[in-house]
Design a protein around this ligand. Sequence first.
Ligand code: NAP
Length: 444
Amino acid sequence: MKHFAVIGSPIAHSLSPLLHNEIFRMKNKNAVYSAVHMPPEKLEKEFKRLVTDFDGFNCTIPLKQQILPYLSQVSSSASALGSVNTVKIDGEKTLGSSTDAEGFLRSLAKHNIDIAKDNEVLIIGAGGVARVIAHACAEKGARLTFAVRNKEKAKALAAETEKLTGAKTAVCGLDEIKGNFRLIVQCTPVGMYPNSDACPVSDEVIACGEAVFDTIYTPLKTKFIKTAEKLGKKAVGGLEMLVFQGLASEEIWNGLTFDSGDEIHLLKTLEWALDFSPKKNIALIGFMASGKSSLGKVLAQELRFNFVDTDYEIEKAEGRKISEIFDINGEEYFRKAETETLKRFSHGDRLVLSTGGGIISAPENAELLKRDFITVFLDVPFETLKMRAERSCERPLFRDVTAAKELFDRRYPLYKNAADFAITPSEGIVKAVGEIEEKLKIEN
Ligand code: NAP
């Protein structure tokens, strides 16, 4: 199996695991894609491990520039941009490239918006994404105007773009915009959820563009996009750019290609995920063999959430098996590791967590589950658990049935207490997932 990831900080909200895992499912590719929390100060120490553990990874904020010195090779366009979002790993070799500009250009092309020589393009903002888009438009021969609140920063970007591409550039304040534009590209976070009523420019400015593009994708339609649509303009939101840069990464890593049916399906998948925004992440609790992992994976897929197994996360962080942690450091140590894992995954949307059977034994964990998660108890009768354990032969706890029953009886009220609701998955996973989905809608 191949392993891919996105690294960055913050990362829990990333849509990339959903996008790439859906691609692997669609294309029958034996691969998995995860999100790795990587604050910038950890990159140096962790880089070797990334190279060993993964076949490729994406970099996001704040690592796109910082990753460059670690790579053995960088594509000429990524090198000119000084920004890498895709790393392909080939043995010890690490090859960096940037697919962000391609994501932007492909989504313009999909809407038949072309940028030609001497077209005027207005770019609002002068940060990382503005830089990528400015270079992409300048490469097509466009003339650029940066409209910003911080002119000094924008002047530096304008000078750099001119030097690299020969494009003509200008800088103005957000209230000084004049002229008509082939395209207006919104590259600030203004208008992003929850400040969805904000827009960085007036309706009069939007009226001066033939077409508009907003890099923001939460909400799918910002006020900027809605205003442009009302004015009869072609208007494109940022989700397609995100999808297309991901497809371009897949082409680099796995040589995968996509037809328009694939693209539509992936866009719909991400749109669905953004539409369903629960207040909290979901945690599944229950005794061993109650089906938390298998049900959790299907639930995550149904909801277009990411799946996290807390036991797996602890083993990964500790670099050893849970049995070894118990034997050497004892239960209290393990429960604390569970507490840290719960805290780590309590923020950031769209996660389904499968938890260890004993997680609720520590009062602190039960409190965290109550406070930060929608907690679902898989209420499976002891006899069923015993039968499953006998069939799987991998559950040593059930070798002593009396002790297992005692533990079950002790934990049962704790599960009930920690849960927001319980379900009894007696009629298979699909039915159980449907039941959880129904209850989540009410909880939401
Ligand atoms: P960044 O590097 O932090 O740059 C943000 C820019 O917005 C800066 O020029 C900043 O100006 C300006 N800005 C921030 N708040 C502002 C305000 N209240 N009024 C006016 N200008 C303001 O961020 P980035 O990486 O370029 O990301 C910008 C946006 O692009 C984000 O919202 C993100 O959602 C989106 N994005 C989308 C994709 C995609 O695939 N669709 C990819 C990357 C990013 P100062 O320099 O004055 O702070």
